[in-house]
Design a protein around this ligand. Structure first.
Ligand SMILES: [Zn+2]
Length: 241
C-alpha cells in the first residue's frame, strides 16, 4: 500500500474484510461448474454491500489520491474528454478487474465492457464501435479467464444437459456452440472453451461491425483475444491470430 493510502478512510483491514466477503459471494454465485454452491447463503446483506460501495466512493471523493497518483487532477482533466488506450471486453467476475490487471491503469485508460462469459452481444458491439470510431481507442481485447463460472455453466449444459433456468440459461446460449465445437467429452472442455469463446468474440466483432473491420483494414485498430489466469495474474494474448 502506498504512503498516500495510509491516511484514507479505506483501511487495509477493511479491504481484507471486503475481499473475504467478495470471495464468499463469488463462490456462491458463478462457482464452476454450474453454480455448485448455489445453496450457500449470502455472506452479506444488500444493505451492507451498498454501505461498502458508499464508503469506498466517499473515500475516493475525499482523497482521490489513494493508491493511484493524481486521480483528482485526472478526474478534472478527463471531464473534458476521454481517450482510452484500449477497449477491454471481459467477464463480470469480481477477480477480473481490468484496471488492476493491467498494471495500475487509471481513470481514462480503459474502455471496458463486462458480462458473465464476456459475450460480444449487440450492446458490447455498439460500445466497441463507439470506442474505436469516436474515442479512437486503437486496441480491442476480448479477454476470457481461467475458471470462468459462466463458461463452466455452459459446458455443464453441453456435457450433462444441465438446465440452468431463467435468464442465466439464455445468457449462456451464445457460448453453447463454442463448447460443442470443442466436444462434450474433452477433458479440458472448460479451458478450451474459454479461449475459443474469446476468439469467437473477435470473429463476431470483425464480421458484424463494418466500422471496426474497416478501421482494422486501415491498420488503425487491432482486435485480439486473450486469457487471464486468475491464479498467476498472467494475461496471455492470442498473438498468433
Ligand atoms: Zn467468468
Amino acid at each position: 500500500m502506498c504512503d498516500e493510502c495510509e491516511g484514507t478512510a479505506v483501511h487495509r483491514r477493511d479491504v481484507m474484510k471486503w475481499a473475504v466477503g467478495a470471495a464468499v459471494l463469488a463462490a456462491g454465485s458463478f462457482a464452476s461448474p454450474a453454480f455448485a454452491n448455489a445453496e450457500a447463503d449470502f455472506a452479506i446483506t444488500p444493505e451492507e454491500a451498498l454501505a461498502r460501495l458508499r464508503e469506498g466512493n466517499a473515500a475516493f471523493v475525499a482523497d482521490a489520491g489513494a493508491c493511484a497518483a493524481n486521480l483528482a487532477s485526472l478526474r478534472e482533466e478527463l471531464a473534458e474528454g476521454q481517450h482510452p488506450y484500449a477497449s477491454i471486453v471481459t467477464c463480470a467476475d469480481s477477480r477480473v478487474s481490468s484496471e488492476l490487471i493491467f498494471g495500475g491503469a487509471t481513470l481514462g485508460d480503459l474502455f471496458t465492457s463486462r458480462n458473465a462469459g464476456n459475450v460480444v452481444d449487440t450492446a458490447v458491439l455498439g460500445t466497441l464501435e463507439y470506442g474505436a470510431a469516436h474515442l479512437k481507442s486503437p486496441l480491442i481485447v476480448v479477454m476470457g479467464h481461467t475458471k470462468c463460472g459462466a463458461i463452466g455453466a455452459a459446458c455443464e449444459v453441453v456435457a450433462n444437459g444441465t438446465d440452468l433456468g431463467g435468464a442465466v440459461a439464455k445468457m449462456v446460449q451464445p457460448i453453447l456452440p463454442v463448447a460443442l465445437s470443442i466436444g462434450a467429452s474433452d477433458p479440458d472442455l472448460v479451458s478450451k472453451t474459454v479461449l475459443a469463446n474469446a476468439r469467437k468474440g473477435v470473429q463476431t466483432i470483425m464480421e458484424d461491425s463494418a466500422t471496426i473491420a474497416a478501421l482494422v483494414a486501415e491498420g488503425k485498430v487491432r482486435v485480439l483475444a486473450a486469457v487471464y489466469d486468475i491464479t498467476t495474474g498472467v494475461v496471455t494474448f492470442d498473438d498468433a491470430a
